[in-house]
Design a protein around this ligand. Sequence first.
Ligand SMILES: [Zn+2]
Length: 430
Amino acid sequence: MRRVLLWMSALFVAAVLLPELGLGQLLAHAASAHPAYTLPPEKLARAEALARTRTLLYFGDALWGLAVLYLLLRTRAASTLEAWIARHAQSRAVQGLQFFALLLAIATLAGLPVDVYAHWVSLRYGISVQGWGSWLLDVAKALGLTLGIGAPVLLLFNWIVRVAPRRYWLWGWMAAVVLMVFSAFIEPLAEPIFNQYEPLQKSNPALVADLEKVVARMGTRIPPERMFLMKASVKTNGLNAYVSGLGATKRVVVWDTTAGRIPNDEILFIFGHESGHYVLHHIPKGLACGAVFLLVVFRVCAGMAGWLVRRFGARWGVQALAGRAGFVVLLLVASVASFALEPVTNAFSRHFEHEADVYGQEAIHGIVADPQRTAVAAFDDLGAAWLETPTPSPFVVFWTYSHPSIAQRADFALEYDPWANGGRGRFFVR
Ligand SMILES: [Zn+2]
């Protein structure tokens, strides 16, 4: 079994990872002499200051999350909580639900100061316009969802570890894959909990008509009933449009900070990019790659967690992985792995995002007057709205960016003209 896994991971790295990493693209991008994305001096200074704060928040939040799990073990809080609940609750399942709900509540509360600071920063830079009351309500709703869904899910995985102590990582992986597909499917159904949606047709019929031209060129079918306007302006000044859901729940969403505020041509490009994710099957591809990746990660995490319990179990009051506190060891190891592997998952994501940029620019060819200028203008507007620095540190891009930087995307868009000299695009014949 071990040898099969080793071969699978080696094959996976060789066949998929290396070409997909986009490292070449990352390193090849030197700051160009005439960058397509720039900001006026005053905005530039603010964007650079914000970039530093964002980096600090990103790593601070991740490391603090790991520290909280470690401290729960080191101070024996996890094992004390397990013993205390075992004395009070009746059935094992109720004990488990209580333990994991409390664990999730503690983790959320511990992370709250970081979240408060992040929201304060966003308000100060004029990106968020959401008042503290409304923001706290969102936090409370998210906590409710975390407890209602997260606690039973953790209990399920904990149960798998108990009933299959040797091969739990394999069964746990199967459960994780099913949950991943299911959550992609139901995600759009949870979205109205946080934001209001209405048919895009209602407020922006001309935009819908233009969007349908792009849909026709793409040869797909996204009927106007699947296009929504999200009332984002009550919370943010940022621009966005996205596609979510799978199969029957698939939809296109344009924020009301975008529709009407930037030219429709630019929205067509953003829409083309988003549709590219669908047409090029990025969601199932991402899920499939994620699944293979996760199998290897689960196996390695299981080995590490077993070793930690043998080495530190006595000190942490943890007897076995199959216990509740033992499961916290697994959570800690999985969280460390997920943080350490962020550069890999983000590299995958950047590859898909770049492909979607190419697709988006080709999708509006023949519909807007100048696809290159339209795409560059869209990136300028996106970058200015989110105060994106034109010169992010390559390390920060490598570790934290799920998209290529706005500067890279705009530079590419400016140069990308496959139709010059009678050529053709990558994804469209005409
Ligand atoms: Zn995208």
